[in-house]
Ligand binder design. Structure first.
Ligand code: ARG
Length: 279
C-alpha cells in the first residue's frame, strides 16, 4: 500500500447522498442490446422487485436520501436510473439513448427533473447514456465511449458543466457502459478493469490514478465494478469477493448485494442508482 492510499485509509468517511431510483415494476428482458440480455431465458420480476427493494432500503439505512421516479409500462430497462441523466452542481444533462427500445426514457427522466424544480437542464444534441458513461471523480468527469455514448457528447458535457472531461474508450462488449468497467470510490480514487479499455485509455487511467484498484477478470465478470460508493460504504455485487477484500484492506466497508435478476439485463447496483449532486 502506498503512503497516499494509507493516508486515505485512515480517514474514510461517508457523506450522505441524494439518489434517484426507479422500481422495476415493469422490468423484463424483452430485447437484447448488450451481451448479458437473453430474452429467451426466464426472468423473475417479483424477485427483481424484492432484490431492488433491499437495495433501496440499504441506501436509506445508510443515511442516503432516495427519491423514486414512477416506472413506465413498456420501458423494462427504466429501472437503470443511472442512465437517466447526469447531474452535477444541480445542472441536469439529459440522456439521449442509442437504442430505440430505450429512447423514451430520456424525456421521462428529464421531465422528472423539471417537475422537481431543477432549473438548468439540457436536452442533448448527441447520444449519451447518463451516468452509465459519465462518472464524476472529485471535480473531473470520466466519460465512456465505444458502445453507447457518442464521443461528441464529451465536448457537449464539458461545455455544459464547465468541468474537465476525460474520454475513455471501451472495447469489450460485456462492459458496454463505463460504470460496468470503472467505479468511483472517493474524490480521487477509482477501481477499474483494465481489459475493458483501449490501450491508450488504459494508459490514461494509469497516469491519472496510479494507485487505483485493478479488478480481476472474475470480479469484473461478476459485475463487481458496477458499484456505488459514498466514500466509505461501497455497495457492490456480492459475487465480487476479490474486490470486496481489496476494498476492505483500503479502509472501505464493502457491502455485497444480490441483484441476480437485474444482471440478466446487464445491470447491477450502480446501474440502479443515479446521484443527484446539488449546486
Ligand atoms: N439493459 C440495459 C442496457 O443495455 C442495461 C443498462 C445498465 N445500466 C448501466 N448504467 N450500466 O441499456
Amino acid at each position: 500500500m502506498t503512503p497516499l492510499v494509507d493516508q486515505h485509509r485512515r480517514r474514510r468517511q461517508m457523506t450522505p447522498r441524494h439518489l434517484l431510483m426507479c422500481r422495476p415494476s415493469h422490468f423484463g428482458v424483452e430485447y437484447s442490446i448488450n451481451p448479458w440480455m437473453h430474452p429467451e431465458k426466464p426472468c423473475d420480476r417479483d424477485l427483481a422487485l424484492a432484490q431492488w427493494e433491499r437495495l433501496h432500503e440499504l441506501y436509506a439505512s445508510l443515511g442516503h436520501h432516495v427519491d423514486v421516479i414512477e416506472p413506465i409500462a413498456g420501458l423494462p430497462d427504466m429501472v437503470f436510473a443511472a442512465n437517466g441523466a447526469t447531474v452535477v452542481d444541480g445542472k441536469v444533462l439529459g440522456a439521449r439513448f442509442r437504442h430505440a427500445e430505450r429512447t423514451a426514457e430520456g424525456p421521462a427522466y428529464l421531465s422528472w427533473f423539471r417537475d422537481k424544480g431543477f432549473e438548468t437542464l439540457l436536452w442533448p444534441e448527441f447520444i449519451n447514456e447518463g451516468e452509465g458513461d459519465y462518472l464524476l471523480v472529485g471535480r473531473r468527469i470520466l466519460a465512456g465511449t465505444g458502445f453507447r455514448t457518442d464521443r461528441r457528447s464529451h465536448a457537449e458535457a464539458q461545455e455544459f458543466f464547465g468541468l474537465p472531461v476525460t474520454g475513455l474508450t471501451l472495447v469489450n462488449p460485456s462492459h458496454y457502459h463505463l460504470d460496468t468497467a470503472l467505479s468511483v470510490l472517493s474524490d480521487d480514487e477509482i477501481m477499474y478493469y483494465p481489459d475493458a479499455f483501449s490501450p491508450g485509455s488504459r494508459a490514461v487511467l494509469g497516469e491519472m490514478f496510479p494507485d487505483a484498484v485493478q479488478a480481476s477478470h472474475e470480479d469484473a465478470a461478476a459485475f463487481g465494478l458496477n458499484a456505488f460508493s459514498d466514500g466509505f460504504n461501497v455497495i457492490l455485487p456480492e459475487a465480487a469477493t476479490g474486490l470486496a477484500a481489496e476494498l476492505e484492506s483500503r479502509g472501505f466497508r464493502p457491502i455485497g448485494v444480490d441483484l441476480s435478476e437485474l444482471l440478466k439485463a446487464g445491470g447491477s447496483a450502480k446501474c440502479c442508482t443515479l446521484e443527484l449532486r446539488a449546486s
